[in-house]
Design a protein around this ligand. Sequence first.
Ligand code: ATP
Ligand code: MG
Length: 431
Amino acid sequence: MALITKKIKGTEDVLPRQSYRWQFVENIMREESRAYGFREMRTPVFEHTELFARGVGQTTDVVQKEMYTFDTKGGESVTLRPEGTAGAARAVLEHALENEGLPIKASYFVSCYRYEKPQAGRLREFHQFGIEEYGTQSPVADAEIICLAQSVLDRLGLSDVHLELNSIGCPECRAKYNQALRNYFSQYKEQLCPTCLTRLEKNPMRLLDCKSPEDHKIAEGAPKITDYICEECKEHFAEVKKYLDAAGVEYTVNPTIVRGLDYYTKTVFEFVTDCIGAQGTVCGGGRYDGLIEELGGKHMPSLGFAMGLERILLVMDAKGIEIPQPEPCALYIATMGDAAKQKAFSLLRQIRECGLTAETDVVGRGLRAQMKYADKIGAKYSLVLGDNEIAENKAKVKNMESGEQTELALDETFAEKFSVLTLTASKGFEI
Ligand code: ATP
Ligand code: MG
């Protein structure tokens, strides 16, 4: 039979045998977010197109080239979210979360959609873990979210993914810097790629972010933001570094880091690695003090970051980091006959209520095939239930590895006694 279709180019499936890897990474992100006082937020996968046009920025590649935008049957233009911040900021404004006190702290897991050329580490549907903080201009907050990203990477065994840090100043210092960049890049007009030529007028800082090797080379000699930022921004940046130093977080100041989105101000940062090829940025973030105003709210300085989950998993693979497998099935109950099947059902319920994984035959296999299946799923213990066991109300639980058997009563104490038996088994991580 021919399949009617296959998955869309640039999308990926996470299969049952792979999902524990995602869950492991996500669990660590959830735990670290909680430790820093962030609570999860969930926003819709699509929003009105203008939210991203304004919130991400008209001059960005994301808005100009990468968005999945379509008209609904009602004639509205909607867009699949290309990133998580704009939706989070919209929700903060819509629900007036500032009334619950500042700062507003949220974390998120989102799928994102960008029409890009699919390659390793670059997909059309990808996933991000992100952090959002609204209503603080303190450099302590900048340092704190960077520490949070670092803690996540440390716990994933990725401590050597490198932090690159910069300040791109406020709109005032940036105006002077943009002029300096225009003057510099104008000398190279003949060599610049067509996209950069349009960037030159509208947003010259974006030229520093160009992926074309020729433009990248020209960008190396460009004026540095560090020479243009005002006293206040300089002071803010110095403080961020001071707190990072205090926390022992290592970084390199890289004046060419500008970030791809329009709304960034002051602190910008990336965590970068060279072990997965060209798409080596696993996390990007910074401050976006003007975003909330851009979306129609009052001035509310904000900041955040987003980590690409696919890239994190690629780096873990490249480094050979082993992700612990979840605990396998604790008990497989093989059954012979109808009475046994029914009894199994009540026992399984007890076992599962204790938080253990338990399975039985749902296919209608014979005893031998059931035991083969128990072996295949790596069940730690098995139990054969037949008419004899039912009649005597007891059965032997078998340790599948050692072959050791323990007799247990098939009454309401069963699950508790079985739990005690399994306590000696090694613990994997819990989903
Ligand atoms: P890049 O320069 O690689 O295009 P970006 O600046 O567009 O990245 P952000 O918008 O800052 O990326 O998104 C944050 C993170 O999300 C990136 O650091 C990366 O890990 C991940 N990411 C971005 N685009 C993709 C994609 N198309 N496929 C997979 N992951 C992505
Ligand atoms: Mg991009």
